[in-house]
Structure formats: C-alpha cells, structure tokens
Ligand binder design. Sequence first.
Ligand code: SAM
Length: 299
Amino acid sequence: MRHVTVLAKEATDMLNLGKGSVVVDCTLGAGGHAEQILSVIGDSGTYIGIDADKTAIEAATYLKTQYGSTIHLIHGNFRNISEILQELNIPSVDAVLADLGWRMEQFDGSSGEKRGFSFKEDEPLHMTFGTPKDYPFTAQDIINEWDAEDIANVLFGYGEEHFSRRIAKAIVKARQEVPVTSSMQLADIVSDSVPAPYRRRRTHPATKTFQALRIAVNDEFDALNDLLRDGFNALQSKGRMAIITFHSLEDRIVKQTFKAYVRDEQGVLVHKKPMAPSEEEQKKNPRSRSAMLRTIEKT
Ligand SMILES: C[S@@+](CC[C@H](N)C(=O)[O-])C[C@H]1O[C@@H](n2cnc3c(N)ncnc32)[C@H](O)[C@@H]1O
C-alpha cells in the first residue's frame, strides 16, 4: 500500500517558506512533503531530506532531476541533525519539519524489506529501519533476552497495553520452549494470552505490543527529544519547526517541549491549538485521523 502524505499543505504553509529558504525535512519518506517544500523554495533554495530507511533515500533520487534547488538526501537518524548539518557546512536553517512515524510500505513489506510487522506472515522480528547489518539491535533481542518485568514495562510505557504483564509472562513462557523469531509467532502468543473479548475487537490484540516494541527498538521517544533540542538550536531567528505526530505520547513530548521554549522566551507558538487534517482529508485518508501538527517560531 502506498503512503499518503498527511497535512501536506498545512505543514508547508506553517513553515513560512519562501524562495531561497533552507529547509530540513527530517522524515523524507515517500517525498510528499519534499515536493511541496521544493516547489516553494525554488532554484535558490536548499532542501535537506533525512531518512533512517535506505529505501526512502534510494526512491527519492528522482527529486534531484525534477527540481533545481540544492538537494541533499541523507541516510541517517534525525536525532543527529547537528552532525548532519555540520558535515554539510550549513550553520543554520530557516525551517525544520518532522512527520513522525512510519510509512505503510515499511509495515506491509512493499518497500522491499520484511521488517516483522505482519501478524499473519512469518517475518523476521526486526522492527527496525533496515537489515540487522545496519541495525543490529532488533525486537527479537527484547523478546528473547529481556526479563518479563522489562518487557511488561515497554508494553505498558510505549503501548499503553492494559495486559502488559500477562503478555510479558506468556512471551517468557513461550521462549523457554522455542525461541520467538517470527512476527506471526509473537502475534499468536499475544493473542492467546489476552482475554477472549479483547481478541474479538476490530484491531488485532497484538497491535499495541508491536507498536511498543517498535518504539523501544528504535528509541523513538529519545530520538524525538534529541531532535526537538538540536533541531530548534539549528534554527535561525524567526526560523520555524513543525512536527506532525500520530499518537498522544509523542504529541505530549512535542507539546511540553514547545511549552518550555515559550516559557523561556526562546520561541512563540505559531498556532495555539494543534492543527488536525480537514474533514475532507480525513475522509480521503482515514489513517490521517490521529495526526496533529504543532509549530513553533524561534524568537
Ligand atoms: C510518516 S513517514 C514521512 C512521510 C513523508 N513526510 C512523505 O510525505 O512522504 C516517516 C518517515 O520517517 C522516517 N523516520 C522515522 N523516524 C526517523 C528517525 N528517527 N530518523 C530518520 N528518519 C526517521 C521513516 O523511515 C519514514 O520514512
């Protein structure tokens, strides 16, 4: 399934870009925001697109032939934004955008790599942005090596999973018989460990477990905190940072960090309330429903 860009126009508008702007797109993905940005900044602008997933970088090379701006496509983690800009010799930027989370192609394997997100197929339990060659720490390590309490803490803390302890215990019991190495095996263990009514819901009972593991394996919340600090530092005065989140835990991190910048008179909120996709966008793309955009301007 192909990724559909969320809040494409709103996010670009909030960044207040013009011809010649220097912009970091921290989550290049399928290039939807990139195209919006490039069409505004023109030939004199500079676009830096970062993605932790090599397949996104490879698929985006077409941007260089379609737009005249200076374009840098960087395979890396946005938490290293300072080092990335330093290496490019770019001391400060006009705008930083992050559209957090993952693309459909990464979940359903259509990006070319099976990453361990399928409930119905035997995929290797990686849950990372690439293969173990680039990302050696995987969900399989957590599932097979961590003790029950630590697994439960991950499921509760990052997935708000109500049955975290039951699921963690079931995982530890199952792995004593045979190592847990596939996504379907894990999904079945979770499914068998929760009460029957939970299994009859519309979403698969392992959904929160998988989300929590993915966040833990990729250290997603700490990476976001690093980006909110170093991305903001990289802005020049009047520069803007816009962040799109897809769940409440992430949005809370953004909200609180922006609040602290405002309190310390380092920034002002561009819009007081988070922006959500229009009804029309939500109807066209139901996955956009949980999206929230927050934008801050550096003073
Ligand atoms: C929701 S998609 C972005 C979609 C993009 N804005 C578009 O319009 O097509 C998020 C992308 O960010 C990447 N990503 C997530 N966390 C990252 C991180 N910490 N560093 C770099 N890239 C990351 C994912 O690999 C994914 O491609």
